[in-house]
Design a protein around this ligand. Structure first.
Ligand code: SAH
Ligand code: SF4
Ligand code: F3S
Length: 474
């Protein structure tokens, strides 16, 4: 899934405390909700649905967990250390709960789904455990806790897409927003816990997606990112029986792009087995669909890819990259890589490095393999690559990526590009930041003629491997 920042940051490093103080629209109960999210963008997006459900039920939100009546932690299970971080964070909540025994602590998301009621036995401070498809039940579950019980709902659904819930935008810059277009995953990559924590794949009503994009645009947003574990398998049936037609991802992309030429459209994640030329041609036809594709390779070796159950091989992946280069010559490509998967040899690892040389990724999220209980790989294969070998291979991959990121960014130096001003730079209030079409972060001095949310032409002047610096030109 799409990551919030750049090259070497891993998925489970992101954390977000709730950042807006929201007041309920209906009858206020005066109770305060704090919510914190880990993992992929999907989880961050779900937290916005959770906040929406609770604000509708009279909750206010707060940025300070110490003053909250309900503290939720929306968790990730993708790698072992993602879970370790959540456990550590729960320890910090213990102190707050000791001071305020009425505080309700809830675990949401993928770790809740994976561990179910075991969580209540393992972590005594937890009152409520809720899986990703059960958020509509939260007000009811909170009532149960109010009555002195512990509460669990980890039912997965084949239908739930929260299509009718208008998410409350947390931590938003008011310019970019994420829209979930599907949930779950049917792919069963052997290393991956997601199909178990998120359930079966289902696509959300296309019209509700377009409507959400229109609403955002009308509220001043300038960029939407369509989210799913495998967006290319989006499929939604509209109409009745004989008149029914299927909307695929390329068509959905076009529908969203047509909301306004001023609204940028991005998406993530593309699975190499499913990304079609039709999607690439749609991207080429609309200036506002950004030239950026996240195309996780995982490994550059066909035998390892087969063990991973990725259902493509090295040649297939290279052909898809060539199609992107042919149809979208300026498109940037990023990836995910796993090092030290079960039985991976040194030569096979070298093929991952040579794949990186072939593609020259703009950036990458890189991980050492972490065995997850219950996955196909955990059942079938020994986790037999020593930790230090996984780490050494990871370092080689990270070092190579740093070189490539720098090379790719150097391409933008001396060139002018369209940038959407997303806010002020983290380092200085005298600089704006925003991304170009290819998703590269660009930092440039504030020009009072332009405000956050405007598009500007920026001349690239210098770069590191993560950021391009430049200035606005007219
Ligand atoms: N649906 C996305 C991936 C979501 S998980 C896709 O198919 O591309 C994000 C990334 O985490 C994966 O691409 C993979 O690189 C990494 N990952 C998943 N399970 C992992 C594991 N058990 N160990 C290490 N990395 C893992
Ligand atoms: Fe996991 Fe594979 Fe689904 Fe991605 S496509 S979420 S890696 S099972
Ligand atoms: Fe996302 Fe982590 Fe779940 S990556 S889908 S939050 S396991």
């Amino acid at each position: 899934m799409l990551e919030l920042s750049h090259t070497t940051k891993t998925h489970d490093e992101s954390r977000q405390g709730e950042a807006l103080d929201l007041i309920p629209t209906g009858n206020s109960t005066g109770r305060k909700l704090y919510i914190e999210s880990y993992g992929c963008q999907m989880n961050f997006s779900d937290s916005e649905i959770v906040a929406s459900i609770l604000v509708d039920n009279g909750f206010e939100t707060t940025r300070d967990y110490k003053e909250a009546d309900v503290v939720f932690i929306n968790t990730c299970s993708i790698r072992e250390n993602a879970e370790v971080r959540v456990r550590n964070r729960l320890k910090e909540f213990e102190h707050a709960k000791a001071k305020n025994p009425g505080m309700i602590v809830g675990v949401l998301g993928c770790m809740a789904e994976r561990l179910k009621s075991k969580f209540l036995e393992e972590e005594k401070l937890v009152d409520v455990v809720v899986g990703p498809d059960a958020y509509r039940d939260l007000p009811n579950l909170i009532n149960k806790v109010d009555d002195g019980n512990k509460a669990v709902n980890v039912l997965l659904s084949r239908e739930e897409t929260y299509a009718d819930i208008s998410p409350v935008r947390l931590n938003s810059n008011g310019i970019s927003a994420f829209i979930s277009i599907m949930r779950g995953c049917d792919n069963m990559c052997s290393f991956c816990v997601v199909p178990f924590t998120r359930g079966r794949e289902r696509s959300r009503d296309a019209e509700s997606i377009v409507k959400e994009a229109e609403d955002l645009f009308n509220r001043g947003y300038k960029e939407v990112t369509l989210l799913g574990q495998n967006v290319d398998s989006y499929k939604y049936k509209i109409g009745k029986e004989e008149d029914a037609s299927i909307i695929n991802f390329a068509q959905l992309l076009e529908m969203v792009a047509k909301v306004s030429p001023e609204l940028r459209v991005r998406f993530s994640t593309s699975h190499p087995k499913d990304i079609t030329d039709e999607v690439l041609h749609t991207m080429a036809s609309y200036e506002n669909i950004c030239n950026y594709i996240h195309l996780p390779v995982q490994s550059g070796n066909s035998r390892v890819l087969d063990l991973m159950n990725r259902t493509y091989d090295r040649e297939w992946y290279m052909e898809r990259v060539e199609a992107i280069r042919r149809i979208l010559p300026t498109c940037s490509i990023s990836t995910d890589v796993i090092t030290g998967f079960c039985t991976e040899t040194e030569e096979e690892h070298q093929e991952t490095l040579s794949m990186m040389d072939f593609v020259q990724y703009d950036f990458a999220y890189m991980f050492a393999y972490s065995e997850r209980p219950g996955t196909l790989a955990a059942k079938r294969y020994a986790d037999d690559i020593p930790e230090e070998v996984k780490k050494r291979r990871l370092t080689e991959v990270v070092d190579k990526q740093r070189e490539h990121s720098l090379l790719r960014l150097q391409n933008y130096v001396g060139k002018t590009q369209k940038v959407l001003i997303e806010g002020f730079s983290k380092r200085s209030d005298f600089d704006y930041c925003g991304r170009n079409d290819q998703n590269t972060m660009v930092v440039f001095p504030v020009d009072p003629r332009y405000k956050v949310g405007d598009y500007v032409q920026v001349l690239g002047e210098s770069c590191t491997s993560a950021t391009l610096k430049g200035r606005i030109v007219d």
